[in-house]
Design a protein around this ligand. Structure first.
Ligand code: URA
Length: 496
């Protein structure tokens, strides 16, 4: 009887993948491996050393390692975050079977191993969803001063959360994107994560008393929650299912839910009045930053209202107003520009100035009706510098931090509309949604399919680039190229 092979169970997908590939290369069957929790100090004492593993099956075997389906890796990412140590033998067994004649295994939902992995995935996804929804940051004192990029480093935020599974590594990247401009730490009894504005570092488990309990942000959250609370949708049973009691202690808004429910009929009336315009809709004006997981039932107009209070960067200080997106909530195309210009800033609507008129012309030439598109911008405030003489305000390009700070609003818009196609106009829109490596010249006119943003994404130049053409001939050529790219969108629309 062969000696069991005892290995540390790994939590991180890439490391786990490497370890499993090594086992496969050496032809080690699942029944021979035992895993221990790497946090268990006793486990290490029994661990099998690398030198004691059976030899690999030779270079041929390495070359022949079958490809693992992408679905399996996606499943493994979640299963590895489950708290049950049975996940390690389960995953390796699945991997072994997938690579030993059962390539279609994952589609057999009643197979015991597949069913167990699916159940673990569901539990972890539910836990991750709750963490996104219920983490609440509180401000604490940090180091005085400002960072190199001008951010105030004296602001720090800390949250305490109690997940059921060790999901901090799974969820922290979401918070890094969503709260990119804050410096924050999330403490949990299963590990902690800190974002310094550039990268995430992971730390040890924490206890409740390490997290602050109250601060001035509390009022912001309460007011925000009161503003987005939609009494027309209230279902108390579903609410307590969605917001289990164990999270209530850390939720400022939990303290006001009863009052909100008590006042619900009054608020329903007020909301209805506002919707039909008989009561002035006041700006929310107090949301410091977009909450982690805004309720998907919050409609676009309320989201736009909440954006008026955004202080994620400094652009609000010199702009007249937030210019949110405009168009049908079920638009099949979302068009994303850079930022409102001078006229948009005054009108409060995107693309109504010279670039907007050119966009209208180009859309018409391509056969796209603008009224069925939702038109918005990567950055919602006008950034400008004063002209050397006179009162003119000169457009200034938003920097990477400003684009990052605004991205959550854009993601929320697209997330609600769920368009078939997202059309990106220019580098800022492209970099906001596709990353810093995006280049219009390389990407224009191509269709990116099945992206996390939308089923199809197309990029083209910004209409202002046409307006900046040095002469009439160059302008006509640039316009024709823009229209050609827009025809790609028109064809997609017609065929989907
Ligand atoms: N340019 C943009 O990118 N967006 C506008 O809304 C107007 C001009």
């Amino acid at each position: 009887m062969d000696q069991p092979i005892v290995l540390p169970g790994l939590l991180e997908l890439d490391a786990w993948r490497e370890q499993s590939r090594e086992l496969l290369r050496r032809g080690i069957e699942p029944g021979r491996v035992e895993w221990f929790d790497p946090r268990d100090p006793q486990g290490v004492l029994h661990a099998t050393r690398a030198g004691e593993l059976p030899p690999a099956g030779g270079p041929d075997r390495q070359l022949q390692l079958p490809r693992v389906p992408r679905d399996f890796l996606n499943l493994a990412k979640y299963v590895l975050c489950h708290r049950d140590p049975a996940k390690w033998p389960l995953l390796y067994r699945l991997l072994w079977r997938l690579t030993h004649g059962e390539a279609a295994l994952l589609s057999d939902a009643i197979d015991d191993d597949v069913a167990a992995a699916n159940a673990m995935t569901k539990a972890v996804q539910r836990d991750a969803h709750k963490m996104k929804a219920f983490v609440r940051f509180r401000r604490v004192e940090g180091d005085a001063g400002a960072s190199g990029d001008g951010r105030d480093t004296s602001e720090r935020y800390v949250a305490w959360h109690r997940p059921d599974h060790p999901i901090i590594g799974l969820v922290a990247p979401f918070f890094a994107r969503r709260f990119a401009v804050m410096r924050w730490t999330i403490l949990t009894p299963l590990g902690s994560a800190t974002w310094d504005g550039t990268e995430i570092s992971y730390g040890p488990p924490a206890t409740r008393d390490q997290a602050p309990t109250a601060d001035t942000l509390e009022d912001f959250w309460k007011t925000y929650y009161a503003s987005v609370f939609n009494p027309a949708r209230i279902n108390p049973a579903a609410m307590s299912r969605e917001m289990p009691k164990k999270y209530w202690a850390t939720l400022p808004e939990a303290q006001i839910i009863e009052d909100l429910l008590a006042n619900a009929p009054g608020r329903t009336q007020a909301m209805a009045k506002r919707a039909i315009g008989t009561e002035a809709g006041g700006a929310a004006g107090y949301v410091p930053r977009l909450p982690a997981d805004t309720d998907a039932s919050i409609a676009l107009p309320q989201l736009a209202e909440a954006a008026e209070g955004c202080r994620g960067c400094d652009l609000y200080k010199d702009a007249t107003r937030v210019v949110f997106g405009k168009g049908p909530a079920d638009a099949r195309i979302v068009i994303v520009g850079e930022q409102p210009g001078d006229q948009e800033d005054q009108a409060g609507e995107p693309f109504v100035g010279p670039a907007g008129r050119l966009l209208d012309e180009a859309l018409e030439a391509a056969g796209i009706d603008r009224s069925v598109c939702y038109v918005t911008n990567a950055v919602k405030h006008f950034k400008w510098t004063p002209a050397p003489r006179g009162k003119r305000r000169i457009h200034a390009k938003p920097d990477a931090a400003e684009v990052r700070a605004c991205r959550p609003w854009l993601e929320e818009e697209i997330g609600r509309i769920k368009p078939d196609i997202v059309l990106l106009l220019g580098a800022t829109a492209g970099q906001s949604l596709l990353g810093a490596g995006f280049r219009v010249t390389k990407m224009r006119g191509r269709v990116l399919r099945d992206t996390p943003i939308a089923p199809a994404v197309v990029a083209t130049i910004h209409p202002s680039a046409v307006l900046r053409s040095p002469d009439e001939a160059a302008r006509a050529a640039a316009f024709d190229e823009l229209v050609a790219d827009l025809r790609v969108v028109a064809d997609l629309l017609a065929s989907s």
